[in-house]
Design a protein around this ligand. Structure first.
Ligand code: ADP
Ligand code: MG
Length: 230
């Protein structure tokens, strides 16, 4: 599904990713962990197509297509979903307008009201501007709602370094676990192992200084929690 080969990237002319390799197959949940500043969010932004991040070498294949050659909209249409660490607030566009337009553009049909109920999101959210004045937990629920409705083949969630509160974590886990199928996959970027008590990964990777330095099973996350990244 996703194949990252020897990816190197610069931010502001400074090398941040230095030969990153990662392969994600259908049906798998991968967790990417690592110390602050390791390049986790940089990887997420590159996969989303953020213009400030310059790929200097390497390849990224998504469903057999050259991801780096696609614009961000094409990536979404091909089945990639990205939830950012700091979701944007968009004035003048309501959640309902955004969700309906985005679903239409992606050819998705889903019951917004049903999903909202499932994710314990109050109906009034639909008519508020996207993320405007939302608390951290509300933004996160909103992102998980988008994910549930777009029903992507690969979802990448970049979690806050300060950690989600228990409620937000439960909602993220509920959304993720409800959309799990044998033919989709998830990459969850998280600084803390706590979230992985709710979403059990098949593989845990450690990103340090721009490359994956260790890979293991769920037990690796527990070990990191106990011993740190050193
Ligand atoms: P992580 O998510 O693993 O904590 P990041 O990918 O956010 O790490 O950051 C990796 C490095 O890249 C850090 O040294 C950070 O300061 C730098 N960096 C990331 N984004 C930018 C940016 N937009 N401008 C300048 N430096 C950046
Ligand atoms: Mg980050």
């Amino acid at each position: 599904m996703l194949e990252i080969k020897n990816l190197c990237a610069n931010v502001d002319g400074k090398p941040i990713l230095k030969g990153l390799n990662l392969s994600i197959e259908k049906g798998e949940i991968h967790a990417l962990m690592g110390p602050n500043g390791a390049g986790k969010s940089t990887l997420a932004k590159i996969l989303a197509g953020h213009p400030a991040y310059e790929v200097t070498s390497g390849e990224v294949w998504f469903k057999g297509q050259d991801l780096l050659a696609m614009d961000p909209e094409e990536r979404a249409r091909t089945g990639l979903f990205m939830s950012f660490q700091y979701p944007l607030e968009i004035a003048g566009v309501t959640n309902r307008q955004f969700l309906e337009a985005a679903m239409k553009a992606q050819g998705k049909e889903g019951k917004i009201d049903e999903k909202m109920e499932e994710l314990e999101i109050r109906a009034e959210f639909l008519d508020r501007n996207i993320n405007e004045g939302f608390s951290g937990g509300e933004k996160k629920r909103n992102e998980i709602l988008q994910m549930a409705l777009f029903d992507p083949d690969l979802a990448i969630l970049d979690e806050t370094d300060s950690g989600l509160d228990i409620d937000a974590m439960r909602i993220v886990a509920k959304g993720v676990n409800a959309m799990r199928r044998g033919d989709n996959a998830l990459l969850i970027i998280t600084h803390y192992q706590r979230l992985l008590d709710y979403i059990r990964p098949d593989f845990v990777h450690v990103l340090a200084d721009g490359a994956i330095v260790r890979t293991g099973g769920p037990e690796l996350a527990l070990e990191l929690e106990e011993k740190g990244y050193a």
